[in-house]
Design a protein around this ligand. Sequence first.
Ligand SMILES: Cc1ncc(COP(=O)(O)O)c(C=O)c1O
Length: 436
Amino acid sequence: MNVQARHGPAALQGRLDAALARDAADELAGMRARFALPHAADGTTLLYLCGHSLGLAPTAARAMIEAEIAHWERLGVLAHEDAASDWIGYAERLQPLLAQLAGAQPHEVVAMNSLSVNLHLLLASFYRPSGQRRAILIEAGAFSSDRHVVASQIDWHGFNPEHELIELSPRPGEELIRIEDVEARIAHEGSRLALVLWPGVQYRTGQLFDLARIARAAHAVDCQVGFDLAHAIGNVPLALHADDADFAVWCSYKYLNAGPGALGGAFVHERHCAGGDLPRLTGWWGHDPGTRFEMGPQFRAARGAAAWALSNPPIFSAAPLLASLPLFAEAGMTALRRKSMALTAYLASLLSELGGEQLTIITPADPAQRGSQLSLRIARGAGHGRQLFQALLARGVVCDWREPDIIRIAPVPLYNSFEDVLRGAWQLCELLQPRR
Ligand SMILES: Cc1ncc(COP(=O)(O)O)c(C=O)c1O
C-alpha cells in the first residue's frame, strides 16, 4: 500500500468506523466520563495517551478534596475523630482497595509517603548487608531515583556502590532483559547478593516482568527481593502475596490517577509482619492504633505493613486516591486488563502498519510481557527526534519523550478509547511520513 492510500482521509474514515464500533461494544466505555479530559487553550479536548506518566483526574477528586477542606474549616481538630471525615482512619480506608490491586491481604499494604521515601524505609529493613552478602542487583538503566536510593543505601552502610551495586544489562544488541538472564545472574552472584530490586514494568521499555520467577530465584540464594511497581500498579494485575515478594513500593500518580506527587504505597509480605522481628525505622503512625494516643515511650507495632508508616497521613493528598481506587473496583481488574490488552494490541498493529521504518516498538510484542505502554524508538533524524514529540503535542496528542530517542505512549483502559488510539497513531505516523 502506498503512503497516500495508507494516510489519505478516506483511509482514516474507514478505520474510524471500525474504531467507533469497538468503542460502542466496549463494556468499560462509560468509565471515561468519570475523568476530566484535559483540553487546549482553545477548549479542544486533548488526546491524552500519557497515563503512564500522570493519570487523569477522577471527576470525584475535586469534591473529595473540597469535602476535607470543608471538614477542616467546620471542625478544626475535631475532624480527626468525626465519623464523616475520620482523618485518623483515613489511610486504613485505602488498604482493602490497594490490596486488591497489589494482590495482597489488606494488612500487607499501606498508603504512605512517596515512592523513593518508601524505598528507603523498606531498604532500612530489608537491606541488611553482612559478611560477604552485601550486593544489590538492579537492572541497568533503572529509573534514576531507584539507582540513587540503592547506591546511597550501600554507601550508608559503609560499602562501595562501585563494587556492591550490580546492574544487569540486556544481551549485546538486545533492548530487553531476558527473564532467564535475571535468574541466571541471581544464581551466579549467589551468596554475594543481599537484595534484588526489580521493576514490575520497566519505565523506559515498558517490559513487564514475571515477579514470581524473580522472587523464586532470589529466595533460592537466600536473598531478599523487592519490586518497584510505579509503572505496574493499576496497569497490570499483580499477585504480590502469592508471588512471594518480600516488599514492594509504588507511586499513585500514574495508573492510579491520584494526582501529582500523590500519596504512595508499600507492600510487606505478612511473613515479615507477623513476628515483628525486622528492624525498621519507626514513627508514631506505625504504632498500634489501639494505644497510639497513650503516647508511651515503647513502640508497639501496628499490624502488618502499617507498622512502617511514620506520620499521620496527608488528607488532601489521600483524598484523590480515595476518589480513584473505587473506580478500579467498579471496573474490575480483569476487565481493565482485557481492554488494556486490546487497546495496546490495536496501537501496536497501527504503528507497525503505518509507522514505516523510522519507528521501532521496543516494548515486547508478547502481550503477557507488557502493560498498556508502548515505547517507540524514533530513528535518528526522523521528525528531528524531540521536535516530533512537540509536533504531536501541537496537534493535541499528549504522550512523552525520553532522551535520546524514545516516545512513550499508553492507552489507559479506564479513560481511553479505540478512537483515541487510532487518532493518536494516525497523527504520529502522518508526522513521520508526510503525505506529500
Ligand atoms: C520507576 C520509577 N521509580 C521511581 C520513581 C520516583 O517516584 P517518586 O518521585 O514518587 O519518589 C518514579 C517516578 O516517576 C518511577 O517512574
